[in-house]
Design a protein around this ligand. Structure first.
Ligand SMILES: [Zn+2]
Length: 373
């Protein structure tokens, strides 16, 4: 069989049928190096799983027999954007979109336009669409030390924001013609702090061991990297520039003196306790990359079970993992739990495998030892 014939045979529907029948598994696809294996498994559940619309499900499989897996993923992406109350059901829409032909890009554009038409006629469409607003990403650093996030919102709100950013970018480029459009947009966006207004972000702490701070002040530690509680890093040179430019960072270079334990007198961690805990961890402790500044303070022994509001009895978990933590160790594990051990906080996976510390690279820069001594 030639490669072309092999690729022609690799249509979405037979692959999904095999996944559903179990003659092909997620593990097989992972071993073969298919990045979208997880999405294909989800598609197999949609196109072969139980549904009351089984007639339309069968019709979609027939109509979409010629589609590639990439094209079917595009169909599914747009189907999920159909608002409740539209003139068609999800399954009627799938049958319609599975009938589209052309390149994946052409199917993408046609499907988007079709679903947009249906959604326009939905009562209260704007409010329903706005509930899907989101800002995602921004947690992973690439090989250049850069991060990317995406913002999704109603077109008028996004346009209102970008109009403001574009006006700023235009004047920046008049002053400096060497700036590219994208660079000027970024500079303008940053200067507007995301459009201005809104709540002020918490001030991140920089974790600086005392000997390093002395070196930085003598300009000998320009290349030393420090971790911040908002999940970013900064060199000694950048640190000095920031400190002298404005007050967006606060250095910690000495263990905090004075009593910090509240025992049972307070349920909520004090600002001093919070500061010690976020600098100890820098990220959520549950194998996760959410920065400590965006996380919650967690009582390792639940407050209602007598847990104390002492730094040694608390740690940092993001909202998701704080909600999911198995607070009662006598119950069968479901999502895992955090514990404090002599070397720091560890995560006990729900499968009973050995406890682990979060391997996130920034945590090497944390203030471990500040809490335990
Ligand atoms: Zn987390």
């Amino acid at each position: 069989m030639s490669t072309l014939e092999l690729l022609q045979a690799l249509r979405a529907m037979p692959v999904l049928a095999d996944l559903s029948a179990g003659t092909l598994t997620r593990a097989d696809l992972d071993a073969l190096g298919y990045r979208d294996a997880g999405a294909w498994v989800t598609l197999a559940e949609v196109y072969h799983g139980p549904t009351r619309s089984w007639k339309l499900q069968a019709a979609a499989r027939d109509v979409g027999a010629g589609l590639s897996l990439d094209a079917l993923m595009v169909v599914e992406k747009h189907t999920r954007k159909l608002l409740s109350g539209a003139a068609v059901t999800e399954w009627e829409l799938r049958v319609e979109l599975c009938g589209l032909t052309g390149t994946v890009e052409e199917i993408d554009r046609a499907a988007a336009a079709r679903v947009r038409e249906y959604n326009r006629d939905v009562a209260d469409a704007e409010r329903k669409a706005r509930s899907r607003r989101a800002l995602k990403g921004g947690k992973n650093t690439d090989a250049l030390g850069l991060r990317t996030f995406t913002v999704t919102g109603p077109e008028r709100e996004i346009e209102g924001l970008l109009r403001h950013v574009r006006a700023g970018a235009k004047s920046l480029r008049l002053k400096d013609p060497t700036l590219s459009y994208e660079q000027a947009m970024y500079d303008s966006f940053l200067a507007s702090r995301g459009g201005g207004g809104g709540p002020v972000a918490p001030i991140p702490y920089v974790v600086i061991p005392l000997p390093e701070w002395a070196k930085v002040l003598r300009h000998e530690g320009d290349e030393t990297v420090f971790g911040l509680t908002d999940g970013t890093t900064m060199t000694g040179k950048e640190l000095v520039e920031q400190v002298t430019a404005d007050h967006h960072v606060a250095g910690i270079y000495d263990p905090v003196a004075g009593p910090v334990n509240a025992y049972r007198s307070e349920r909520t961690a004090s600002p001093k306790q919070r500061m010690m805990l976020v600098t100890e961890s820098l990220t959520c402790e549950a194998m996760c990359s959410t920065p400590a500044d965006q996380s919650e303070i967690h009582h390792i022994t639940a407050w209602k079970k007598g847990g104390e509001t002492n730094v040694q009895a608390m740690t940092v978990l993001c909202r998701l993992h704080n909600g999911r933590n198995d607070d009662d160790p006598s119950q069968p594990p479901r999502h895992g739990r955090v514990e404090r051990e002599p070397g720091g906080v560890v995560f006990h996976p729900p499968d009973g495998s050995p406890p682990r510390q979060n391997p996130h690279p920034i945590r090497a820069l944390s203030a471990r030892g500040l809490v335990t001594g």
